[in-house]
Write a protein that binds this ligand. Structure first.
Ligand SMILES: [Zn+2]
Length: 102
């Protein structure tokens, strides 16, 4: 009569192991999502690539000073770095990156 008890114990053991593994996976996923959410809040508009985002060039032809992506005005000439112009630079860089992969 010991066989059903063994089967139940094995079944319970598998259940416990599965639950522990699932719990660990769940916690890891939640931590990953939360840290990604915090990173997105700290650097908005990055879409996950924010950490790799390089510096921006000043749109003024005679300047071309590189400024950090967080800068609102050029460090050298003081020209306002318009988001739309920076987006164009971003898109061009992405297209260049895509072309490099081909
Ligand atoms: Zn400038």
């Amino acid at each position: 009569m010991s066989e059903p008890v063994t089967i139940i114990l094995v079944f319970l053991g598998v259940m416990v192991v599965t639950t522990v593994v699932f719990a660990v996976w769940l916690v890891a996923t939640v931590i990953k999502l939360v840290s990604r959410g915090i990173a997105a809040l700290v650097r908005p508009g990055g879409g996950g690539r924010s950490l790799l985002r390089p510096e921006y060039e000043c749109p003024r032809q005679s300047c071309r000073q590189t400024n950090p992506s967080s800068a609102k005005f050029c460090r050298r000439c003081g020209k306002e770095l318009l988001r739309s112009e920076l987006m164009v630079q971003d898109r061009n860089r992405e297209m260049r990156r895509a072309a490099a992969w081909l």
